[in-house]
Design a protein around this ligand. Structure first.
Ligand code: P53
Length: 475
């Protein structure tokens, strides 16, 4: 078994990381537009009120808003079958809670989808990718307010109805499980918390309650979407964090199991099985966390299950009960270094075989089609003679794609692969431009300077060949 004829090859982006035009044609700010740049060592700051003197990378990003024709033509040249992108909620409902949509926003995406179809590219649309409108943060404290479920569903219904004949594949919330960790407080839940480091019982309860609202909103979007067009394929999206025990010490294994069921299964199970697992409910009980789950919520979760499971996969991490090991990722749950793996410049541990393991693990648990909607190498590139010799990126992608093929042979059902991100964009984690993932180089730096001119990297031609040969030719 190898890649099927209709395997969806492509690339993945998000509105806030590419579009720019943050306050143009009626759009208002999202959480991304209030977040400054940072780096591996410097945390990104969120400003409740924008500061004149600060640089906000999403305001212009790579100006896809004005370059989309050129950019989509380049994706088509590579032979993309699918283009994953997100609709910025705040372009359609600028404050987040309006009844009627902003026509100019609808027109923008309409043009994009038409262009995609001109090139036979299937759009895959994320409804919410770390870009909750600021109005929702300020007036409602994000999803901690139950009413926000309805605002989101109104937005989802509006776009799913408007594009019902142009978009077939949808994802609800990007990396919904980030709602469980501090990083996701704003990004996923829309809650602004000045003292994020200080955890209180009350805040923990609010977190789980808010995440519950997000899960209900996701399920409701699935239900409403199917009413609009029963042929829609709607997926969830999980940042799948694959953990290994650092040692065979049973204590390490127990901790690994706990991390896995918390980070991966807590949300995944609800979205695939339509209810919280007993393990999750036991976990909440143990922490004495009572959340309000109504009968109606239960009904919605039950009926709003997804058609396929999509996830991002960049790295794996080890887990140990012992103190004093070198940490891998400050902003996440704090896995430790795996002595068998190399890391990227941004300290993400590269693990192609872990992708085969993850695909098998997920298929074993859920038995529904999977899609890898993010995978790639963030690296510094040097532009020379109008191109970049990015053999390191080719190597990363090649090894991961090989493992997908092996997983297909294992019998796992994989619908497609969209690498992050086909064109250089703003890093979500650090806000840098220098953390580049693209097949296409964009002339812009961390301070926002540059011509915005696009250049094809070596990987551009490589990926074109991969798609042309349907994954046969990875050299
Ligand atoms: P950046 C951390 C870990 C795994 C996935 O990330 C993550 C993050 C956030 O830093 O986010 C996803 O740009 C996300 C994308 C993001 C991409 O991974 O920090 O869905 O928006 O750009 C890569 O290198």
């Amino acid at each position: 078994m190898s890649f099927s004829k209709d395997f969806l090859w492509g690339g993945a982006t998000s509105a806030n990381q590419i579009e720019g035009a943050w306050n143009i044609d009626g759009k208002k700010a999202s959480v991304a537009d209030h977040t400054r740049g940072g780096s591996l060592k410097v945390k990104r700051e969120f400003d409740y009120i924008l500061k004149e003197s600060c640089y906000y990378p999403s305001h212009m990003a790579i100006d896809f808003y004005n370059h989309y024709e050129e950019d989509i033509a380049l994706f088509a040249e590579m032979g993309f079958k699918v283009f994953r992108m997100s609709i910025a909620w705040s372009r359609i409902f600028p404050h987040g809670d309006e009844i009627n949509p902003n026509e100019k926003g609808l027109e923008f995406y309409d043009k994009i989808f038409d262009l995609c179809h001109k090139y036979n590219i299937e759009p895959l649309v994320t409804l919410s990718h770390f870009e909750i409108p600021i109005g929702i943060v300020k007036d409602y404290q994000g999803f901690s307010d139950r009413r926000v479920i309805d605002f989101f569903v109104n937005y989802a219904k509006t776009v799913m109805f408007y594009y019902k004949d142009k978009v077939k594949y949808w994802l609800t919330f990007n990396e919904i499980n980030f709602g469980l960790i501090p990083l996701g407080s704003l990004l996923t839940l829309g809650i602004y918390d000045k003292n994020l480091e200080i955890e209180t019982h009350e805040k923990t309860v609010r977190k789980f309650q808010s995440l519950h609202h997000v899960l209900v909103a996701s399920a409701k979007a699935v239900i409403e979407g199917k009413k609009i067009n029963p042929d829609f394929k709607i997926g969830n999206m999980i940042a799948h964090l694959t953990y290994y025990p650092l040692t065979p010490n049973p204590d390490d294994l127990l901790l690994t199991q706990e991390f896995d069921s918390f980070m991966n299964n807590y949300c995944g199970d609800v979205q695939v099985f339509g209810k919280y697992s007993k393990t999750s409910l036991n976990y909440l009980n143990k922490l004495n966390i009572k959340i309000d789950i109504t009968e109606e919520d239960e009904e919605i979760l039950k009926n709003g299950t997804v058609d396929f499971y999509s996830f991002s996969y960049y790295m794996t991490n080890c887990v140990t009960h012992e103190k004093g090991h070198e940490k891998t990722l400050g902003n996440l749950l704090g896995g430790v270094k795996n002595p068998y793996l190399q890391s990227s410049e941004w300290e993400w541990q590269i693990d192609p075989k872990g992708l085969r393991y993850t695909l098998n693990k997920l298929y074993d648990r859920y038995e529904i089609p999977l899609m890898i909607v993010e995978n790639g190498l963030g690296a510094k590139d040097i532009l020379e003679n109008n191109t970049v010799e990015d053999d390191y990126r080719i190597d990363y992608l090649r090894q991961h794609i090989k493992q997908i093929e092996i997983a297909l042979n294992d019998g796992v059902e994989v619908l497609g692969y969209t690498s992050w991100s086909p064109i250089d964009s703003i890093s979500a984690g650090t806000g840098e431009m220098d953390k580049r993932y693209g097949f296409i180089y964009v002339d812009k730096d961390n301070q926002g300077e540059g011509t915005l001119k696009r250049y094809k990297k070596k990987s551009f031609y490589w990926y074109k060949k991969v798609i042309e040969s349907n994954g046969e030719d990875l050299n």
